[in-house]
Ligand binder design. Structure first.
Ligand code: SF4
Length: 340
């Protein structure tokens, strides 16, 4: 195979495609993010997030996972979504040592958010309402009459299946006495939980069932983001008190379980589809960015605008808005968490 990357330097270590290559397909050269030569060796892992980004828009995939472009100030939806998962892990994790770790993660995360939302001139912190929505839900959720199993939260799983490497972080796994995962939970924090159906979640479910051979069911526990309107002269505290009451009054409107069983899926067919997408990425990588076209149907999806809309509209990558993730500076493991 000819070498595509212009900065390639041969490594003495035969397991590395290039001297700059670091763990899991990243490149430590300042001009790059993903190691193209690694992708071409068919060793790069596919995750549910990578696949759904690719299906959403090829260009979006290229900017995110090949160039490693990111907004300097991430969209708030993304930030609070991550925090929501940490809070859920605190509530569901069975291992008390890990609960402590997730509690510390939550504190760190909030400290970062406060820093980000502190007005430099006035020193006032204007925490976004999305954060209060999460806190309100997390306060009410434990008091609701619904199953809240204690099990293994946020554990990684990966395997090479056929010719592809699948990587996943499972939100919650319940094991049997032989320590085999039988039941999987996945948390969704969404403005539109109706989106999550057997069809729209099929590739994610398939990846989990392929990784966990004994798993019989997956439950997508979908949380609806509160969206009541403010009343005239209502204070923020009064508003959130009303949100709390509303969740208590209509728990099924706000929290919905969608359970699907292994037997409902044709896993061979879904694995073929996932493999097809992976092979397509592999072929496209040979041709650079032009083989990852813009797909405007993806600009608005999952209740938010794509991070790269300003680039697509202006054809300019603004230094004020964007930065390139530098693999030399990032924690590779954490990077994988971000993409899941
Ligand atoms: S803005 Fe639209 S076209 Fe551009 S990368 Fe995002 S989804 Fe694709």
């Amino acid at each position: 195979m000819n070498i595509l990357c212009q900065d390639y330097i041969k490594s003495e270590n035969t397991s590395k495609p290039c001297l700059y290559h670091v763990e899991r397909g990243y490149c430590s050269h300042k001009e790059h993010f993903a190691c193209i030569e690694h992708i071409r060796r068919k060793e790069t892992q596919i995750s549910h997030s990578k696949l759904s980004t690719y299906k959403r828009c090829r260009r979006c995939y290229y900017y995110t996972y090949i160039l490693g472009l990111q907004r300097k100030v991430p969209q708030i939806n993304m930030e609070v979504g991550n925090l929501f998962h940490i809070e859920m892990s605190i509530l569901h994790e069975i291992d008390t040592v890990l609960v402590k770790k997730y509690q510390n993660d939550s504190i760190d995360y909030r400290t970062d958010l406060v820093k980000k939302y502190r007005n430099i001139e006035t020193s006032e912190v204007n925490l976004p309402k999305e954060l209060r929505n999460i806190d309100t839900m997390i306060e009410v959720y434990p008091t609701l009459n619904m199953k809240k199993p204690k099990a293994l939260a946020e554990r990684w799983a990966s395997a090479a299946i056929n010719d592809i490497h699948i990587l996943a972080k499972l939100d919650l796994q319940i094991e049997n006495e032989n320590r085999e995962t039988e039941i999987i939970y996945d948390w969704k924090w969404s403005g539109n939980p109706d989106f999550y159906t057997h069809f729209t979640t099929r590739h994610q479910a398939a990846m989990y069932f392929l990784l966990k051979e004994k798993a019989q069911s997956i439950t997508f526990r979908c949380f609806r983001k509160p969206a009541l309107k403010y009343k005239h002269k209502e204070t923020e505290d009064q508003y959130y008190h009303r949100v709390k009451e509303d969740i208590n009054d209509r728990p099924k409107y706000y929290i919905n379980d969608k359970t699907f069983y292994r037997s409902e899926y044709d896993l061979d067919e879904l694995l073929d589809e996932i493999t097809f997408f992976c092979n397509e990425i592999l072929e496209n990588i040979e041709h650079g960015i032009k083989a990852f076209p813009q797909e405007d149907s993806g600009c608005w999806a999952y209740s938010s605008w794509c991070d790269y809309l300003p680039i697509c509209q202006s054809k300019v990558i603004s230094d004020t808005l964007y930065e390139k993730k530098s693999v030399g500076e990032i924690d590779v493991k954490k990077e994988d968490e971000n993409i899941l």
